[in-house]
Design a protein around this ligand. Structure first.
Ligand code: GLU
Length: 595
């Protein structure tokens, strides 16, 4: 997020001093800016503090998982509106020792009380308005982040949960300066936050968003981190913290005197201590597709990230368009993959069906729809992944969906060649708006990622709510290997635009020959099977408009981070140079100039 490198701590001040007087043209190329290159491991996040924490762990001998969890915990402090222990996420890990890619699905799960009609207002028979569902108990899934951190460290890390949480706890206790992004995120949420005594006490001191430059402290969160560090994830999923989460959902902490007005009733929901105690992460096999000699590993369901990115790459490879049509192919393959995602992908999609969607033969059938001479009418119809492939399928309409703007992403590599790509979220910026009283963190509204009502006409909707089910995600942490060795890792926030942003970065890097920093910086467009294509103002649309693509303007899409392992042994770490106020990349031992 927009965190300036004019910094919060002595350690980062050293970096700032190194930067002072640097040529502004190359300032972004030294550690502390959005790109870095060198040896010994690397970290890229949206936030200078989190990158600093991750690099410190690497310098002290920790591995990529240790650094990733410590950095994620720091993001829970400094980016509390995008991620934190009230939410969930998906982590991919390349293990250099075995050459295998592992995943952790820490997605929030629906409570046992949830049904297919939980988001239908019984009074009207119509779905709740999004904000009505969001700022309520109904939207809160059982958080998966603490369980993710514990599992990642237990299975792949070398330090304790206590050690991983300590730097973040220190930041929460000592505080950090509020920047413009932090203040804006509170201001944008002031009406929701102002309804709750706990949230206004933390984020609306004196009734208003904290001033830019003031020090923000969160001692409640520091204590919660310390408790989890001392007693393990069980201290979150059972006992007083779990009970406080349950109370917040079942009896929201509505203020006696709210600040501002909110248009909707604040609805409670039924979440129980059993729901919390029963939470477990899953470790599904990653999705995997071959692409132009690379292996692309992604996240399986309940995320659609691995399916949609992987299927689109397969389609692109089969379409085999000339270089000048690469972006045309990118837009068309995205639309086709989204049609299939919407029809077939949700929590519980059989693995055999997921494998069909990712098969080369299915991709060939989808690719034959792409016309090099012009854009297909949108929306395109889903295909039929039934194993019997041949002709091109005809088109009918499917439902588009909204883009989110929350979430955060981080990428870490260590000196042994292990790589972590981790996307975590509380869904909307500000989650469901409720801070758990006395605990210092916001709850997620992840269950609003379910479809509130069926979207697929006569066909089954794979993403309707149900007890214990996890809402479909678009998060797409991605690791690319070649001959078993990692070459690239990338991920981003951005709701369903996550899929297209990851895909576009891969196309930019692997097909268009851009460096990773260029691939991340390049202007973006997002075709999610809709008639018009949101695109950033600088996206070059002229040639594509000539092919019949129709664009609208979206100011900013995504906030990616990534890492590339160069053949000479160096690592390039890259974050956004501009979007969301720029991110921060760093390496343990800088060497050379970012390519
Ligand atoms: N909840 C979204 C998902 O899982 C992410 C939200 C966002 O990035 O804005 O796909």
């Amino acid at each position: 997020m927009a965190r300036t490198i004019l910094v919060r701590t002595a350690a980062v001040a050293v970096l700032a001093a190194a930067l002072a007087g640097a040529d502004p043209a190359v300032a972004g190329r030294v550690p502390g800016g959005p790109t870095a290159v060198g040896y010994g491991g690397a970290v890229a996040t949206v936030d200078a503090e989190a990158t600093r924490v991750g690099l410190e762990v690497l310098r002290e001998g920790g591995n990529a998982v240790d650094a990733a969890i410590a950095a994620a915990a720091a993001l829970g402090v400094t980016e509390p509106f995008s991620a934190g222990i009230g939410g969930g996420g998906f982590l991919l890990y390349y293990d250099a020792r075995t050459g295998r890619v592992h995943t952790i699905d820490g997605r929030e799960s629906a409570p046992a009380s949830m049904t297919a009609t939980s988001f239908i207002d019984p009074a009207t028979g119509a779905p709740y308005a999004f904000q009505e569902a969001r700022v309520s108990g109904l939207s809160v899934g059982v958080p998966g982040t603490v369980a993710t951190w514990e599992r990642a460290l237990r299975d792949f890390g070398t330090i304790s949960l206590a050690d991983a949480l300590r730097p973040a706890s220190t930041v929460a206790r000592k505080g950090f300066p509020v920047d413009a992004t932090f203040r804006t995120q509170v201001a944008d949420n002031a009406a929701a936050f102002g309804q709750f005594s706990s949230t206004s006490a933390l984020f609306l001191p004196g009734g208003a968003p904290p001033a830019v430059g003031s020090t923000f402290r969160n001692p409640d969160l520091a204590r919660t981190y310390d408790l989890i560090g001392q007693r393990g994830a069980g201290a979150f999923y059972r006992g007083p913290v779990a009970r406080d989460i349950v109370t917040t959902v079942t009896d929201p902490p509505v203020a006696d005197t709210p600040i501002g007005t909110w248009a909707y009733p604040i609805r409670p929901a039924t979440l129980t201590v059993r729901d919390l105690a029963g939470y477990a992460v899953r470790e599904p096999a990653p999705t995997r597709v071959g692409y132009r000699g690379y292996q692309v590993h992604g996240m399986a369901t309940p995320s659609s990230g691995g399916q949609a990115v992987g299927e689109a790459l397969n389609i692109l490879e089969r379409a085999d368009l000339p270089r000048e049509l690469a972006l045309h192919g990118y837009l068309e393959a995205s639309a086709l993959a989204f049609a299939d995602r919407n029809r077939y992908v949700g929590d519980g999609t059989p693995r055999a069906l997921l494998n069909e969607l990712l098969s080369d033969r299915f991709a060939a059938e989808r690719a034959c729809l792409i016309d090099p001479g012009g854009a297909l009418p949108k929306p395109v119809a889903p295909g039929v992944p039934d194993g019997a492939y041949g002709g091109c399928a005809a088109a009918t309409a499917t439902e588009p969906e909204l883009a989110g703007q929350s979430t955060t992403n981080l990428t870490v590599a260590d000196r042994w060649g292990n790589v972590v790509e981790y996307t975590l979220t509380i869904e909307q910026i500000g989650g469901n708006g409720m801070v758990v009283p006395g605990r210092g963190f916001l709850l997620n509204n992840e269950l609003t990622d379910f479809n509130f009502a069926p979207t697929q006409g006569d066909a089954a909707d794979p993403n309707l709510p149900a007890a214990g089910k996890r809402p479909r995600s678009s998060m797409a942490p991605t690791i690319v290997t070649r001959a078993g060795r990692p070459v690239l890792a990338v991920g981003t926030p951005g709701g369903s635009t996550i899929i297209t942003t990851v895909l576009q970065i891969l196309v930019n890097r692997l097909d268009l020959g851009m460096s990773l920093p260029e691939a991340i910086a390049a202007p973006r467009a997002t075709q999610r099977n809709t008639a018009t294509i949101p695109a950033e103002p600088a996206f070059d649309r002229a040639a594509l408009e000539g092919l019949g693509h129709v664009f609208t303007t979206m100011t900013e899409i995504g906030a990616a981070t990534g890492i590339e392992l160069l053949p000479d042994g160096r690592v390039v770490a890259a974050a956004e140079p501009v979007r969301r106020g720029a991110g921060t990349a760093g390496v343990v031992r800088p060497a050379g100039v970012v390519p």
